[in-house]
Design a protein around this ligand. Structure first.
Ligand code: NAD
Length: 286
């Protein structure tokens, strides 16, 4: 039976480590990291997302900055706020929208989401490093490291190739010297390719796509998927499952992340980590 990778616990440890470092930073140079969010419109899920980030920031000592703009704001208006945060020395990270022009306007040194094309480009280049790595794939790698999974020389399969998870996850595994294959919606016989992998990162968005028969005995399985499925027994009427069929896979894999409680809590922890890293780099604090 596979060992469970406890993302909730690891994320808590990381948040505690970050809080200690921030307290030290404040003590020594009188600076705390700052994270700015620009929110356009009043969509409830966006507001919840920002509120949760703010709470997580406060808990470790990161100062949040927030600008709320009306739904019909012009691109120029948004760009003006980005420019202000770019030059504000108390802001070390800027969260932005995935709109191309806006993405390009954020200073790559404050792009804590790691989505700026130049940061992605650097991630893809040999011998170069991005200023930031996107939070969810960074969280996947951190789980592999903290659970002592060897990556160098291993076969890895990433299922899904989105800009925010699959593609950067594959680049990171390759940088860590794995031999990487990417399985996507046009891949023929994905099960045969996946069965060769010592490490699987699944980021598809299809409930229980990866069956037990797809998995090499002893493999490390990182399940990024978060998919609601009907569950009349749950008070909400649904429950969340991953892209990997946990019941089957956990009997064959060596290590596996549960959903929820695996990769999910790591994403926000990595955002806090990127923001601290940024402040340390900008203020040359070791
Ligand atoms: P996306 O829809 O942008 O990308 C999905 C990818 O899967 C695409 O590249 C597509 O080619 C591929 N794909 C689709 N069907 C496939 C199939 N049958 N076989 C193989 N590949 C297939 O999704 P995303 O943003 O990368 O998110 C993927 C999943 O991860 C979602 O369930 C999402 O909710 C979850 N997610 C979780 C976190 C987290 O913090 N844990 C963060 C981001 C996304």
């Amino acid at each position: 039976c596979a060992k469970i990778i406890d993302g909730k616990l690891v994320a808590k440890q990381i948040r505690e480590e970050i809080a200690v470092e921030i307290a030290k930073m404040k003590d020594v140079i009188g600076v705390v990291p700052g994270l700015a969010v620009i929110l356009v419109g009043s969509r409830k899920d966006s507001q919840t997302y920002v509120r949760n980030k703010k709470k997580a920031c406060e808990a470790v000592g990161i100062k949040s900055y927030e600008v709320n703009l009306p739904e019909d704001s012009s691109e120029d208006e948004v760009l003006k706020h980005i420019a202000t945060f770019n030059s504000d020395p108390s802001v070390h990270g800027i969260l932005h929208m995935n709109d191309e022009n806006i993405l390009n306007a954020v200073s790559i040194e404050k792009d804590v989401d790691g989505f700026h094309p130049l940061n992605i480009g650097r991630l893809a280049m040999q011998g170069r490093d991005p200023f930031f790595v996107p939070c969810t794939p960074k969280g996947c790698m951190e789980l592999l490291h903290r659970y002592g999974v060897e990556i160098k020389g291993k076969r890895a399969v990433v299922i899904g190739r989105s800009n925010i998870v699959g593609m950067p996850a594959a680049l990171l595994l390759q940088k860590a010297n794995a031999t990487v294959s990417i399985v996507h919606s046009n891949t023929k016989k994905p099960e045969e390719i996946t069965r060769q992998a010592d490490i699987v990162i699944a980021a598809v968005g299809v409930a229980n796509l990866v069956r037990g028969s797809w998995i090499k005995p002893g493999a490390a399985i990182i399940d990024v998927g978060i998919n609601p499925v009907d569950d009349p027994e749950s008070p909400r009427g649904y429950r969340l499952v991953g892209d990997v069929c946990y019941e089957e896979a956990s009997k064959i894999a060596g290590l596996i992340t549960p959903v929820p409680g695996g990769v999910g809590p790591m994403t926000i922890a990595m955002l806090l980590s990127n923001t601290l890293e940024s402040a340390k780099r900008i203020h040359k604090f070791k």
